[in-house]
Each structure stands twice: as C-alpha cells, then as structure tokens.
Ligand binder design. Sequence first.
Ligand SMILES: [Zn+2]
Length: 566
Amino acid sequence: MQNSIARRVLGVLLAPLALAPFNHDQATPAADLVITHAKVWTADKAHPRAEAVAVLGDRIVAVGSNREIETWRGPHTRVVDAEGKLLLPGFNDAHVHFLNGGIELDSVQLTDATSQEEFARRIGERAQKTPRGEWILGGDWDETKWNPQEIPTKDVIDSLTPHTPVFVSRYDGHMVLANSLALRLAGITAQTPDPPGGVIVRDAQGNPTGALKDAAMDLAAKAIPPLSHDERRRAIERAMRHALSLGVTSVQNMDPDYADIAVYSELLERGELKVRIYAAPLITDVDDQVKIGIGHAFGGPFLRMGAVKAFADGSLGSRTAYFYGPYLDQPSARGLLSDEMHPISLMRERMMKADAAGLQICTHAIGDEAIATILDLYSEIAQAHGAADRRFRIEHAQHMAAKDFDRFAQLHVIASVQPYHAIDDGRFAEARIGHDRASRTYAFRTFLDHGVRLALGTDWDVAPLDPAETIYAAVTRATLDGKNPNGWFPEQKLTVEEAVEAYTMGSAYAEFQENEKGSIAPGKLADMVLLSQDIFRIPPESIRHTKVLKTFVGGKLVWESGAENR
Ligand SMILES: [Zn+2]
C-alpha cells in the first residue's frame, strides 16, 4: 500500500519532467490505467500500430505490445480489456458552435421535415408546449428536402404561433424564418432597409416575408431575450455529454459568446469541464484579446483562447457565398461579402491588429472570390509583419479557384473543412455553380496534393457532430440524396487513414497543440476512443454505423456505451 502510493507520487512528480527515459524496467511506476488487447491506431508515424497503452495521471506513458505494457501494471492499476476493438486518439473537431449545438439538442427539430406542412406542424406543436412569451429558436430547417423547394414564409406558421415569437434557422445558419410576432417585436417593417451584408426577403408589395438572410438576421436577433447563465450552462453540459458519447474529446469553438467562456471557466474551476476547448471569439471584438495581451493557444489543457473568428461571406445554400461569377440558377447574384468586409480595409485593420498581437486568425470563406480575398489579406499580413508560425486558417474553404491552391500552400494556410457539408451541398451545388466550379468543391485531395494541411470538423450544429458521419463523408463522398453512391467528384476522396489523421493530428496542429495531443504516443494527453468496429477494414459505407464503446479524456473514462451517466 505504502509502496504503491510512493510509486504513484513519484510517477506524478516525474511524469511532466521525464517521460522519455521511462521504460519497462524495474523502476517503472505502476500505471493508473492500462488498456490491453486493443487494435491501437496511434496517428504516430513512428509507431503506427500497437496493442496496449499505459497511462499515468493524465498522460500516456507507454504504447506497445500487450507484453511490454504488462510491466506497467500494479496492484491499483485499472485495466481495461479492449477485446480486440479499435482504439484511436480522441477526435478533435476543429469547427463547432458548441452552445448552439447544446441548445439544438433540446430544441424543435426541423432538419428532417420532408415538406413545408411538416415544418409548420412541428413548429405549431412546439408552440403548444412553449410558455407564453418564450421564443422558438433553432430548428435547422432545409427546404431542399421539400417539394417544391421553396423558402418558407411567415404565413405558413403565423396562425399556429399567435403568442409565440418564432425565429427558426435554416440549417446553414445563414437564413432564418421569423413569424409576424417576432418581426413586430424586432420592429422590422416594409420600411426597414436591408442592412449591409443582409437581405430582408420581401413579397411583391415590399412587405417582409419573414425570411431574413445573413446580417438581416441580427435585426430580429436583437429582440430575443438573452439566455440566463443557468440555461447556458445546461446547454453546454448537454453539448459536452453529446461530444463524449461520440468520442469527441476536443472542440474548437468558433465565435463563442464571452458568456460561454465564463461557463467553461466555471466548469473548469469545478473540475467539470470534460471536453477540451479552444475558443475563437469574433474578430469584431479583437480589441479585447489584444488588451489582455494573450496570444494563440493561451491557457491550459482544458481551456485555451487566443484565436479570432472572422467572416468573409455567407453560404452556398443561401446563395450568399461570394463568387467571381454568377449563380447559374440566379444569374443576377454572385453572393455577398459579409458585413465585416464592408469595407475590406476594416477587415484588414482588424486582422493586422490580431496578427501583431500573436492571435491566430480563422476566417470563414466559402465562395472562390471570398477565399481569394482572404488569401490576399493573409499575404499582406505576412509581408507586413514578417515570417512567423501563425497558422492562418480558412474555415470551410469550400469552393476554390484553381489559381489559389498554390498560394494557399505557400502561405501555410490550414484548410479547416467539414466533409459532411460536401455530401450535403453535393445534392445541389452543381445546379447552382456548374460542373467546373463544383469540381473544386471541398477539394480534399487537391489540398493534400498541394501540401495544404487539413483539419477536420463538422460545424455542429450546422451538421451532425458524429465523427463516424464525418469520416464516412470524407471517404465516400456519397451525397445524402443517394445519387452519387460511388462518390461526388470521387477523385477528391480521402482514405480512412488520411481522414482520421486530419481529425486528430491535423486538428491538433490547427490549434498549436500537436505536441500535446492528436496521437497515442508517450507524453501526450491520454485522450482516446474505443470504437465498435475497425473502420480501416470494413466497407466504407459501413463506417457511419460505427459506435463509440468508451471515451477517455486525460486517462479518465468519461463515457461508456450502456452506462447511462458518468
Ligand atoms: Zn461555423
């Protein structure tokens, strides 16, 4: 007993100082956790495969054969027999909207409504259960699943929601439908002008239809009462449980509210933050982080900041992604630069400020001209401030101009991509932008061929948080409508190995944490996930049915299938 405590204390003291010299001789301290009989895929190029892992404190201390790891076993070591299942590094989702995801888990579900009638019926049912005066939010509707594919108007929900303000989002987050009550509370009338970077959709008489695009959404959003601290905490706790149940051990939280960071900080203080967070608040508030004086990846293993999130344009689905050429199905439009880009000098000034402070810049850019414009700005920054390890990111990087792959690589820009969007947008992208532009849509293979680093994520709550769906999407490119079973632009498919690598090491690199996590290797944080099937061996179309058996964060078992709560 005494001896074991002494060994444990010694191990904890030594762990951060001297991991390298540890090996399986008699001086080896007992591990806190040993996972044996696993098929370990490490994402560590030096030792890609193993059978067992030893963990001391929150770190991996040894990776090897069952026999090698056996020597780490002491009387108090917790032993997990993986029964031959696949053990991977924990997934690191490089682009989530964590609070929205948590709210979405508890809000009206509209994504799979197959008609406008169904959409309206679900909102009506929700209104019945909603206390008077409370808003109906979220929803993530998708009119492309309806026939006809029409953007809904407030007329279809007004009679069902006379006392309930409704502000339901399109699934891409670039459009909402507000009912009459919500418009009235927000003061939006026929006389309200379109804001820069936004559109109030109107009928033939000029009256708002309730559909609001991009910056116009903010006009109505201002009328929504703020979440209470408790509501926010509950949503984030829901999001964490969901993430861990899917093997997502780290998330990179795009444009969080500061109040979200306050919740993370409170959870961290109580030891209840179980998912590792890298938070990138909006670049519009860049002065705050500059004032504090923090740089990229400031913080500790569970909570870091030091990045800013910028918006260059909208989305393909809302026809607000900004292109050089027009939309084929709406020739008068070629998208919208975001309000942050009016004028572009405003964005330049904010980015220069962020970079001078050592903050990392992550910019949402989807259309080819939006991406090109951001690459121009990145290049100006690099020239003005000199060489540095800045890890510029473009979020989505969806529709590339052929000319831009080379400079994307030369500027060392990370492509932070969401494969699920590819199989989703692939249903309608060609009708909107034609074959040539579509051939460079989510061009994962072309990025890799040019030496561009990929970081994988989902954009949850815009797409499902499930890594099994993301990997399935990256390796099959089979569109959700079933029309491209062999892959939509199949030459852009990733292998399973490439997808997992980009989802672990790639995402870790994208947040400056490749030495801390992203692989199963001695010295790294012990974040691991045990899967129900070997995704490297099964037919690619079966990958999406993979379940998580166990999730470990910092060596602690934080989720287990079959065990309801942990
Ligand atoms: Zn996003």
